[in-house]
Write a protein that binds this ligand. Structure first.
Ligand code: HEC
Length: 119
């Protein structure tokens, strides 16, 4: 049997999880009741992230501004929420958030990317 690289294994996992998410009819999806803001609070994202300004990690508005117009960003950031990140914004590490499900990570990344700067 061929040993798969972690990258291949992860993309296979992601693809499988996405298929599972898409297969759930919207009415039965539990995520419908919980807003992404609830998810962000419950998963302690707000311990490191501000909505607007940088705290330990970049503000969610800053993230939205950086990736505005990048069609791939939602999927990429959903992956990074679960896998962790370092080096994109600086040298502080964002630990992997494995308590967040694939579907929750998707909802969070779309919500973060939809943030608008306060007027
Ligand atoms: C321990 C602090 C910490 C926690 C908890 C944390 N983050 Fe982060 N986050 C960071 C740091 C630091 C960065 C910048 C990492 C880098 O430079 O690559 C970051 C970056 C990000 C990015 C941008 C990644 C990129 O490639 O631009 C997103 C999106 C994000 N976090 C979402 C979340 C979400 C959603 C949660 C909660 C499930 C969360 N973070 C929890 C510290 C944290």
């Amino acid at each position: 049997m061929k040993i798969e690289t972690p990258g291949t294994f992860l993309s296979a996992l992601t693809a499988a999880a996405l298929t599972a998410v898409l297969a759930v009819p919207p009415k039965t999806a539990a995520a419908q009741q919980t807003t992404p803001a609830d998810l962000a609070r419950r998963n302690a994202c707000m311990a490191c992230h501000g909505l607007v300004h940088k705290q330990v990690g970049p503000g969610f508005v800053q993230i939205a501004e950086r990736y505005r117009g990048d069609g791939e960003a939602a999927a990429r950031l959903a992956g990074k929420i679960r896998d962790g990140s370092v080096g994109t914004w600086g040298r502080v590490i964002m630990p992997r958030q494995t308590q967040v499900s694939e579907a929750e990570a998707r909802a969070l990344s779309q919500w973060i990317l939809s943030q608008q700067p306060p007027r």
